[in-house]
Design a protein around this ligand. Structure first.
Ligand code: CP
Ligand code: NVA
Length: 303
């Protein structure tokens, strides 16, 4: 049966651990990159722009011996030119795997049902599971996950949702600070909290960014205006006033805290240049780990 990763919760905390262990071993050269996709074709369907996700998936497929075919936003039109069922049904006849970046989470579910091949979520409005795998991998490398505190400051969005669930499953104390009306939904907090029960972590929604960051080991933020929300940009800029990750806010964290951002950053909005480019920032390690985490995920799915 084909196994899809539409949300980060499609992988148990144990399975995420297996993927990350594999990523660390391969990255360290302890085992050679498996040829798990030899003779296989991955179709990358992207309905939104991408630098990191597209490049890292193309390289991962290539490193695993497979072939990647990329379809850019204007080319497919899931739900516009053709229904998700028709796209999935056709793509499943040509390809062994679909990596898809889309708007509505239901597009992924419908592709999965119609295609019969594994679907990997390369970002939807709801989740960004591959980002979360790379993020947790990066935190493991920078001081470890279990028992440490992650403060997410900003929009309760796709990145926050996947990150909270993955980090809670690794035993982190996750604090999320968002302005009123932009909080992570209760159902996602519950999923993350359930993961925390098994791992010894915790999940707390805190309105005040200073309180969330107080003594934290990792400070994380993402854009206030995600792809597809451009018309709300002005209103969001006002709503997120006071939630910028700047030197003062980072100064409230642990003295050796790391700063993370999935990128792309809106410099001067959710994060200042001096923090993003400063000594605490691990954003390039994080970006690099997209490759290692996704390569391990595909090797694990096809292993
Ligand atoms: N972080 C991330 O997903 O970046 P891209 O949008 O460039 O893929
Ligand atoms: N939340 C952002 C993440 C980009 C990688 C977005 O969805 O645009």
């Amino acid at each position: 049966m084909s196994r899809s990763v539409l949300t980060v919760a499609d992988l148990s905390a144990t399975e995420i651990g297996e993927v990350l262990d594999l990523a660390l071993q391969t990255k360290a050269g302890e085992n050679s990159c498996p040829r798990s996709l030899e003779g296989k074709t991955a179709l990358l369907i992207f309905q939104k722009p991408s630098l990191r996700t597209r490049v890292s998936f193309e390289l991962a497929v290539d490193n695993l011996g497979g072939r990647a075919l990329y379809l850019s936003p204007p080319e497919v039109g899931i739900g516009e030119r053709e229904s998700p069922e028709d796209v999935g049904g056709v793509a499943g006849r040509y390809c062994d795997l679909i990596v898809c970046r889309t708007f509505d989470q239901s597009n992924l579910e419908r592709l999965a049902a119609a295609s019969g091949v594994p679907i990997v979520n390369a970002l939807s409005d709801w989740e960004h599971p591959c980002q979360a795998l790379a993020d947790v991998l990066t935190i493991r490398e920078h001081g470890g996950t279990a028992g440490r505190t992650l403060a997410y400051v900003g929009d309760g969005n796709n990145v926050a949702r996947s990150l909270a669930i993955a980090a809670a499953g690794e035993g982190m104390d996750v604090r999320i600070a968002s302005p009123s009306g932009y909080e992570l939904d209760e159902a996602s907090i519950t999923v993350a909290s359930q993961r925390a029960v098994g791992s010894g972590g915790s999940v707390t929604a805190i309105g005040n960014p200073d309180e969330a960051v107080d003594g934290a080991d990792v400070v994380y933020t993402d854009t206030w205006t995600s792809m597809g929300q451009e018309l709300e940009a002005k209103q969001r800029l006002e709503a997120f006033d006071g939630y910028q990750v700047d030197v003062d806010l980072v100064g409230k964290a642990s003295p050796d805290a790391c700063v993370m951002h999935c990128l792309p950053a809106h410099r001067g909005e959710e994060i200042t240049d001096d923090v993003l480019d400063g000594p605490r920032s691990i954003v390039l390690d994080q970006a690099e780990n997209r490759l290692h985490a996704q390569q391990a995920l595909l090797a694990w799915l096809f292993g």
